[in-house]
Write a protein that binds this ligand. Sequence first.
Ligand code: EPU
Length: 417
Amino acid sequence: MDRIIVKPSGPLHGDVEINGAKNSALKVMAACSLAEGTFFLTNIPDITDVRLMSELLVSLGMTVRSVDTNSLEITNPGNLTAEAPYELVEKMRASIVVLGPLLARYGKARVALPGGDDFGPRPIDMHLRGLEMLGAKFASEHGYIDGHCERLRGSRIVLEFPSVGATENIMMAAVLADGTTIIENAAREPEIADLASFLNRMGSSVLGAGTSTIVIEGVEKLGAVEHAVVPDRIEAATYLAAVGIAGGEINLVGARPDHMDMLCQKVGEMGMRISADSNGLWVMANKTLKAVDLATLPYPGIATDYKPFLVAMLAVSEGVGIVTENLFSGRFRYIDELIRMGADIRTEGHHAVIRGVENLSGAPVRAHDIRAGAALVVAALRAQGQTEIRDPSHIDRGYENLVENLSSLGADITREN
Ligand code: EPU
């Protein structure tokens, strides 16, 4: 089993290129099931989850070819098998986003139920309710959800919560529905706006993506197109946190500061200096940061995916910070690993109280999910001795070259087999 070894490091200096967003790439790939032809996708991160989505598309009947490290050519010959098997859904929950497009295009879809994960329960009730409002019928048996429909019909759907996945599934179904669909209380993440711009390029009419109200005028048929995926704000936040923890000054080349407003505001309050320029984002930390309180919220609030990095930063900041998790009840598991590294953190329900310490202490730790794993890596930059992150396969699900990039910024980090 691989392990990542990190020793105390910093200050960090240099440039790091930000890849395309995982959470946009996966959905854009799923949307290729909506139309026949050959798609050309660029700015696709070279990560395990993209490989899993490629496997899923191949199992549906498409071909996926890597043109180069960050470009894919996807051919949809039509007449796909509308089934996402458990073996793939189990490995990657995001597979559920093929449900909407397959239903809309083929009138049927059979997708394994994703179940819970390290964040706690991960229901899909809002996805199903939204698709039912468009006319789909579902039955659940043997661990699969079986959907079928005649041509879907446009409808007004009010989401109980701005769920990213539900907004995307409904949007991808509604583009081929008969008539107008309005999604109210839609999720507003930049990745949703990116998916909408891809769908529009294919010939859809989606208005308002990136706001709480999305209006979709259904069309009869879509076509294959080219698309470049938006930069990954969560990957950018990871390197920003590395500087917050280890000190230094780096350029996040290609990052979209306008997608990271609340994060920049928060780390500014903590004492980091941030400046947007035409190349991306410049970030600097030249002193110990000050603790702040924060709460995760749907976009444009502070993303739940940023939280592990912010908790790691607070663990070595001056003062006490209270962090409240409002999206995933179980998303605190990595805190036990940070405590093993000497962090002073107490959790109570969906709150964590973090008392900053001067330095952490290197220890063997385990990465339970993508962002938690990356947070342990950046925390280890301020841990005396050696930190060993065991089984970094979760990190590989969402990061291309995390170790190489941190090393090129001056961190003492290696990966061993
Ligand atoms: N929820 C329901 N019912 C539903 C759908 C969601 O109750 O039908 C609840 C969830 O349990 C959660 C909340 O609504 O409490 C938000 O979930 P959402 O649907 O917005 O999340 P998601 O689509 O499952 C995506 C990202 C996550 C990111 C969240 C929140 C992908 C592949 N995943 O998940 O990213 O944390 O949005 O922003 O896009 C990651 O990249 O590592 C990751 C976990």
